[in-house]
Ligand binder design. Structure first.
Ligand code: XMP
Length: 517
């Protein structure tokens, strides 16, 4: 399948470049910016894009692309930092600007007829985010566009298929950004639009059948979108009796979650679905523990222990392990690609001992590993999962355990579960759920006074959280219509006796985090 290779220098929008290209049907892949081209090029790659970066290209230690770029014969497009690198490699000069160019900026083209700008007007609003700029072009480059501040915004090499742009065509605010990327990928590189999710299902299904053969595959289900879609794909690709699904109910799940998960998986034809009721095994060691990190550690350790015990009891040896790792999980963990990323999260999918052992034995299958989150949601729909499953908000591994800001008890979990279910149900009924990236309730360790009838009562304080975000790394508070908040709050205090007061968390991330602990 034709593909565009993105060399990642750690820019915040590298993944967006990849997604935009897939959106018009061309496959894209990401490799570390300074990778040796010999290691990452293959016959299907039709062109290369160099991403942006938090680094400054004029610094000695800044990551640079392989010099072989100039001899590989493929078209190259440098974006922002990528453009700076192309400039410096050709004897040009990049300097810090006295004032950063950030946000919308008018770009004017002064040379027409360039295939990169085919069908794009001579003037358009681009999206800029840079503190450095090209002060002197590299050898054999001609400037083709300037920003309203007189900064060189696009340049083309005059005898190689190499371009640089200062702005970010991948940003949704950049006018004609998609057209520019499509001009590059399809018009210039000649990549064919061969990427479809239907095609992905077929390819992955036959790859799975070949790898799995007659063995069993075990997938640990969390109730989240990724593992549910991975389960649906396994059930589509393999005989149902070979697919083992295990779901551990930690006692810290949301209301009705376990029943919902099991119902949907049965509907997809799951035959070997193990629902493990482990509430006691989790709540006992958590008793009296208030430190959030200690809670997380206990939950993580018990999780692994329960898994091990239950796998030993139920699953015949020699099984393969499947997991719903996404392309972005690999990028963020720095394991697969993009090792220049400034923010590197260690993702739980990538590193448990069971996963490592299976990986080393070649017995790990990750059928979603080439997909972005939005593609996983669309894949889920194609595989027959209902909208309320594929559109679910993220839910942390430690579950409600980190949403009770004190020691975790069954009584508190029941209160939180009840209140949170009302909150989420109200959001769905008001058509707000899909506008919000993540919404949940937090039970605070304070009691405040209230009046019920003639009596004064001390009730719990419940905090509601709702954020909008792209990937959870940064988040803005959801701008709730006040009436909705008032009505939701009053329903919670009416129906959950133990909650005496409801507050709304209005902190963005940063400086706050999305969860409270
Ligand atoms: P924070 O609170 O770090 O959350 O802003 C960012 C995203 O990560 C989720 N989160 C977790 N997920 N285990 C998980 O699997 C955890 O310990 C954990 N802590 C936070 C959080 O729900 C949000 O989506």
């Amino acid at each position: 399948m034709d593909s565009i290779l993105i060399l990642d220098f750690g820019g915040q929008t590298t993944q967006l470049i990849g997604r935009r290209i897939r959106d018009f049907g061309v496959y894209s892949e990401i490799a570390p910016g300074d990778a040796s081209l010999r290691d990452v090029l293959h016959d299907d790659i039709k062109g290369i894009i160099l991403s942006g970066s938090p680094h400054s290209s004029w610094r000695e230690d800044s990551p640079a692309p392989d010099e072989a770029l100039w001899e590989c014969g493929l078209p190259v497009l440098g974006i922002c930092y990528g453009f700076h690198q192309l400039t410096i490699m050709n004897g040009g000069e990049v300097k810090p600007l006295p004032h950063r160019e950030y946000g919308r900026s008018l770009v004017r083209r002064h040379i027409g007829g360039n295939p990169l700008f085919s069908d794009i007007p001579d003037e358009f609003l681009s999206w800029m985010s840079h503190g450095d700029s090209v002060a002197a072009l590299g050898r054999d480059f001609d400037s083709i566009a300037e920003s309203e501040n007189g900064v060189c915004s696009a340049a083309a090499h005059n005898n190689l298929p190499v371009w640089g742009v200062q702005f970010h065509p991948e940003a949704s605010h950049c006018e004609y950004g998609n057209s520019l990327l499509e001009n590059f990928a399809c018009g210039i590189c000649g990549a064919r639009k061969e990427w479809t999710l239907e095609g992905y299902i077929d390819q992955e299904s036959s790859a799975l059948r070949e790898k799995v053969g007659k063995r069993n595959v075990l997938l640990l289900i969390s109730g989240g979108v990724d593992s549910t879609v991975a389960a649906a794909l396994l059930l589509k690709a393999l005989p149902h009796r070979q697919v083992w699904l295990m779901y551990v109910d930690t006692g810290m799940m949301r209301k009705g979650e376990t029943e919902e998960v099991s119902e949907h998986l049965h509907r997809l034809g799951a035959e070997n679905l193990l629902i493990i009721d482990a509430e006691e095994r989790f709540l006992k060691p958590l008793s009296g523990v208030t430190d959030p990190e200690e809670k997380r550690k206990i939950i993580g350790d018990v999780f692994m222990k329960v898994q091990q015990e239950e796998i030993g009891k139920h699953i015949p040896d020699g099984y393969l392990l499947a997991q719903g790792t996404l392309y972005t999980d690999l990028i963020e963990s720095g394991k697969g690609v993009g090792n220049q990323a400034q923010v590197i999260k260690s993702h739980h999918n990538v590193g448990t001992p069971l996963v490592q052992a299976k990986r080393e034995a070649g017995d790990l299958v990750e059928p979603l590993e080439r997909l972005y989150k939005d593609e996983v949601r669309r894949l889920g729909t194609l595989l027959g999962l209902p909208a309320d499953i594929v559109g679910r908000h993220p839910f942390p591994g430690p579950g409600l355990g980190i949403r009770i800001l004190s020691d975790v008890t069954k009584a508190k979990l029941d209160i939180l579960r009840k209140a949170d279910a009302i909150y989420l149900q109200e959001l769905r009924e008001r058509n707000l759920y899909d506008e919000i990236w993540q919404a949940f309730s937090v039970l605070l360790p304070v009691r405040s006074v209230g009046v019920t009838g003639d009596a004064r009562e001390y009730g719990y304080v419940l905090a509601l959280r709702a954020v909008v975000s792209r990937d959870g790394m940064t988040a803005d508070v959801y701008d709730f219509p006040t009436r909705d908040l008032l009505e939701i709050s009053s329903r919670i205090t009416n129906e959950v006796r133990e909650v005496g007061r409801v507050v709304y968390d209005i902190s963005s991330k940063p400086p706050a985090t999305i969860e409270w602990e």
